[in-house]
Each structure stands twice: as C-alpha cells, then as structure tokens.
Design a protein around this ligand. Sequence first.
Ligand code: PXP
Length: 251
Amino acid sequence: MSRYLRLGINVDHVATIRNARGGDHPDPVRAALAAQRAGADGITAHLREDRRHISDTDIDRLRREVSLPLNLEMAATDEMLEIALRHAPHAACIVPEKREERTTEGGLDAIGGHDRLAPLASALRKRGVRVSLFIEPDIRQLDAAKSIGAPVVELHTGTYCLAEGATLAAELERIRTAARHAERLGLECHAGHGLTFDSVGPIAEIAEIAELNIGHFLIGEAIFGGLDSAVRRMRALMDNACAASLGERSA
Ligand code: PXP
C-alpha cells in the first residue's frame, strides 16, 4: 500500500519581488516551470483584488504556458468569479480577502457566507472547475462547506504553524479531527498556509489529507539554495511523512 500526497506550489511571492521594482523579473511563470521540474504536482496563485502580487497577465500565462494543474485562489466576488469562469482553471480555492491584511489571515466563514458561496460554487462546478473552500479546521465549517456543495476543503494550518508547546499539540489535533470529519462527509481534504520544513511532517502524516499548498517559505528558501532544491526537500519530507504514517497504520 502506498500513499501519495500532492504538493501545490504557490508562486505569489515571486510576483511580490518582481513588483517591488516593476518590470518582469523574477517571473512567476518561470518559477512555476522550475517547481514542475522539481516535482510539484500543481501551481497555486492568488489573484488579489488589489493585484499586489499576481496579475491578470500572470494568470493568463500560467494557464497557457504551464501544463501543471492551476489552482486559482480567489475571493468570493463577482469580478473574480468572472475571471475564473473565463480561464476555467483546474481548481479554484475560495479564500476570505481583506484589503488591509498582509496575507490570508484565517479561513472563510462558510456558515455565515452560505448564501453567497453556494451559487458561486455551483457556477464554478458547472464550468468544470474543482471548487475548494479555505476554512478553519472546525467541524461546523466543514458541515457548512458540504452544504454549500464544495467537493474539497483546504484546512488553514496558519495557527498550527505559529503555535508552540501544548497549543501546538492542540492545534494539530484540531486539524487531525477536521481531516477525519472531511473524509466522513466525502470531502477531499487539503491543507496549507505557513508550512515550513519544520512544520510540514505532522501535517503530511495525516492520512486523510490529499494535497498541501505551500508558497512563502519555499520562495524565501529559494533565495539561499534555489527553488529546485527547496521544492525537492519539501517533497522528500512529505514522502517520508507519508511512509511513516503508513508504517504506523500497519504496525
Ligand atoms: N493556501 C491558501 C488558501 C492560501 O491563501 C495560501 C497563501 O496564499 C497558501 C495556501 C500558501 O501559504 P504560504 O504562502 O504561507 O505557504
């Protein structure tokens, strides 16, 4: 028996560095192609309302020039829905978005946002786009995601990544419990935000998780050792964690 955990590489912050000077270097499409050669299974990009990193042209080029599946992270707005329907990426992950935040700071409120999110998810599904909702590892949010009609959830790992000691153990347990609940509901379970070489192992060991999306840390590591080596090391850590989890199950 084997288990394969997919790795999506988020190239947003290649565009952040490019935009610091204008021009076209470094190119997020080149980063996506390098990530593909290093073993990535997908490319993730967040087209933010304020276009602070990824641009409309980047999305167009990622779609045309990169053969890996594209996961478009998007806010639940009419503008983003129109863009997603036009490009029909492999997947769309709906995230909460506030202009003033530095990064996505938490999961969506799938309970309070049900009436807005359900028609949006339905329009994307009809266009053949795999819809996921980025939510907190919370049973009620998972139940709401199911009732919205999203086939996939991405669990927010940001709180776990920042936690220490007993809080860290509690956060990890929350993610484990949520992943098991997702499986019971028939939802595919992904996870991401803030993951590093140090924090990825325990998350990758969770058997119900099918995909991780990782960006900021890897783009930062690429400054020191190159993107190829950073992605390969993350891939190896994930593979080792998967093997360890299977060993535990069969022991
Ligand atoms: N998943 C989602 C839904 C995100 O919004 C982000 C950040 O854009 C990531 C994963 C990747 O997070 P990080 O860049 O911290 O690895």
